[in-house]
Design a protein around this ligand. Sequence first.
Ligand SMILES: Cc1cc2nc3c(=O)[nH]c(=O)nc-3n(C[C@H](O)[C@H](O)[C@H](O)COP(=O)(O)O)c2cc1C
Length: 130
Amino acid sequence: MSFYYLIYSSIPTRALADQELDELLHVARTANSEHGTTGMLLCFNELYIQLIEGDESKIRQLYNNLRVDGRHYQVEILREGKINQRFFPDWSMAFERKDEPPAMKEASFDLFTEKSISLLSILDPTNKPT
Ligand SMILES: Cc1cc2nc3c(=O)[nH]c(=O)nc-3n(C[C@H](O)[C@H](O)[C@H](O)COP(=O)(O)O)c2cc1C
């Protein structure tokens, strides 16, 4: 079975409030589950990096929606291609955000770092997808 993956970066138009972010994730996860799409969204203060993967036509369709979404701009593809295995098979949209409350900071930063590294390592041009 072959899948398609796409990683893009973009700049948030403005910082989303927690409730807006929850809503975005809820809608994204529901739609992704319906379409068999999985992936990961990293949310830095001024940068989104998202990997989406699944059926090629679904991924292209989602990317077309994403490109015109007013919540971010300068949407640019970093890497895309065919893969035999998903990178994040268990996640309708894994999410990590760096600006957690101070009490959460250490633990969440570790998780953030771990997930960032796993996503960013996919971007390493010497790291060929399988
Ligand atoms: C940073 C960011 C990430 C998003 N991720 C997803 C996603 O994984 N899946 C999804 O369906 N929509 C996602 N969206 C929303 C889409 O841009 C778009 O609103 C949605 O696909 C519209 O679907 P509709 O036209 O069917 O209502 C995301 C939006 C933003 C700003």
